[in-house]
Structure formats: C-alpha cells, structure tokens
Write a protein of this length. Sequence first.
Length: 422
Amino acid sequence: MADSLTLAPNLRTRTANFVAKLWSNWLWRVTLVYLATRLLSGLIFAAALLIQPSVAGYWPQSGDNLNFMEFMNIWDADWYRKIYEFGFGPAQGYPKVLPLTPDGLISENAWAFLPAYPFLIRILSAITTLPWVILAPVVSTIFGWVFSVYAYKLFVRRFNAKVSLWSLMLLLISAASPILQTGYSEAMGLALLAYSLWLITERKYLIAIAPLAVMAFTRPGVLAIAAALAGIFIVRWWQHRHKLVEFEIEERIRMSVLGVATFGLGLVWGEIATWFTGVPEAYMKTELYWRLWISPGEKFVPFDGWLKAGGFYFGAFLGPTVVLCLLGFVAMLMFTRSVRDLGLEMRMWAIGYILYLVAVFYPQSSTFRLLLPAFVLFGAFGRSTYYDKKWIKWGIVILSIATQIMWIFVAWHFEHPDFTPP
C-alpha cells in the first residue's frame, strides 16, 4: 500500500517533467497548439454534422447520410475531387469544351480551381490506395501543421516566443481556420506561402522561386507576392540611398529575378486555360460565373468588385461610402505600431495581398477564408493584445471560437437554397 502511494506522486512528477520538457521545445509547443485547435474545430464540425441534411442532390457521391470524412469534402472540395478523378479533358474535370449558360456565357467549371493539390492527392492515392475522401482532409491537416510551423517562425523573427505562440493560437482559432482540415487546397497553399515568406525574410530569394512555382498552381495570389516584392524593393532602395540600410546590387538582382518570376508565374494558369480550351480569358471568364447572380455578363474590371458589392449590399449611395471607409480603416491599420513591428517583408505582404483582393475579389461569405493569406496580421494582433489583462485575453479567445462556430454552422453547413459558401 505504501509503495503504491509512493509511486503515484512519482508518476505525476515524471509526467509533469515530460510535459515540461516537451513544452520547452518550440516545435512541440507549436505542434501541441495546432493539434489542440484542430481537435476543437473537429468537435465543432462534428456538432454541425448532427444537423446536416442530405446533400445527395448536390454531391451525389456522399449519399443521403454524410459521415465525418464526407462532411469534410463538400462545397469546393468536390471540385478538387473531380479534378483528382478526371484530370484534363472530360467535362467533369478540366473541360476541353467549356460549358455555357442559356445566355451563352461560360458556366461553372473546374478551370476556376488550380491543379497542384488534387494531383498531389492523386499521386498519394496511387501509392497508398486510400480514396480521396480520406486522403484529402488528412493531407490538408498535415499541410496545416507545416503552415503553423512557418507562421510561428515568421512571428518569432519579430516577437518573443510567448507573443509568437499567442499570435499563432489566435490565428488557429480564427473564424475560417477550420478550412485547414478539409478537402480544400488552402492548407497546402498557406504552407507554401508561409515557407516562401520565411525564405524572403531570410533573403533567400532564388530558393523561394521553387515553393512559389508550386503555389502558382495551388492557390491564386502569387501576383500579390510580386506586388509585395516591388514594395520591398522600393523601400529598401530608398533606405539605402539615404544610408539607412545596405542594399547591395547583388541582392537587388536576386530580388528582381524573384519578382519577375512571380509575376510570370501568376499569369501562367490563365494562359494554360486559354491554350487548352481555345477560349481567350477562359480562366477569368470562368471565375466571373460566380458573379452572374449579381452582375450577369460583366467583364472583369480591376477594383470594381468591391464597389459593386457595396452597392448591392448597402445601396447605390451608402455602398461606396461603406467600402471606402472600410478601406481607409484598413489603410490606417497598416500604419499602427503593431503592424509596423511586423517588419518590412511581412508588412508589405499584408499590403500587397489586401490590394490584390481589392483588385480581383467580389466580397461575399468566402471573404473570411480568402483573408487567411494575410495571416501575418495575426502577429500584429497578438503583439497588441498579449500584455492585456487576462479577462480581455479570455474574451478574445471566446469571441474567436464563437466566430469559428458561426463560420462552420452558417458557411460550411449546407441547406438548400444556400448562398453562403465557406
């Protein structure tokens, strides 16, 4: 009896020491935070699944009663599944002949979705014999972990370890963070983006071409990297001219090579779609299909989407005013101390990506998801809130989890007619 009483405290001590040892390693800290937040999101998904009606009329392969893994593969994940199964040529994959609406406009098709993620799953499926429905969420979850590692490494370049981990946690409990464990390409794209940004901050510009080349076929947004690099170049050149920093000619050349490469990479997929289908601007016209319900037959005009959306949501007079006020507020945020503390590279990326979204995106329920590449701003958010009182920090956590619950139950949960895609 005495021996058993002695063993219990020893076991607790050894367990506590083991946990403390794990927590002392930054990679284990990041991994534990990531796993805990994925478990949280998984539980919210499971709760939403309990009230999910049949989706058989929209995603027939899922059947009448979705299981958990099938629930992780609805919405746009099904487009990636079609690419995974059919590839180039058949109508279900990347069609050679583009489908048309009754009005003669290009209808929805897979050209709006980039191929690297579904083709990677196809290769892994051939190796493991596991189906899409299992592999896609698992691979996304692994990429989500890689993204978390490099997001932390970016944060810790500018802030201490505690602030960086707090920032990472805020990112991983944010509204659209559950997308990291679904059959979407976001996790892969974010992993490539975070790694590329880390390479850029390390000034390994030529090495960054490789992950950005893959990213160009994973998620849209590589053009925003080119814009960010242009901003970095201009600022560094001005600082060098005023003898504030060194910006040698060799580094300017390497940065310029990366900038030109990313600009070209950002245009490649559109050119491939045009070449394969024989239809000029096939990719852009496909993307515009998802605006037909609000502005049928429109042509793409940069920066026009937000103004039209403002008019649609708030009226012809109030709409543009709301949009301009929102953009003005975001511009002011870029000059706050916490955002400036991110450093030149991360700050310019945030500015470049937000400008890219304003130029090409029509805001709707997917906005939360499409804002995820601006994840570096969570570093600024964490920097500005870490030293707040505990009750304030708990309030931020609770509100963040509440937005995640709303995102899953409103955007991911599907019930016809549904106009709130995630």
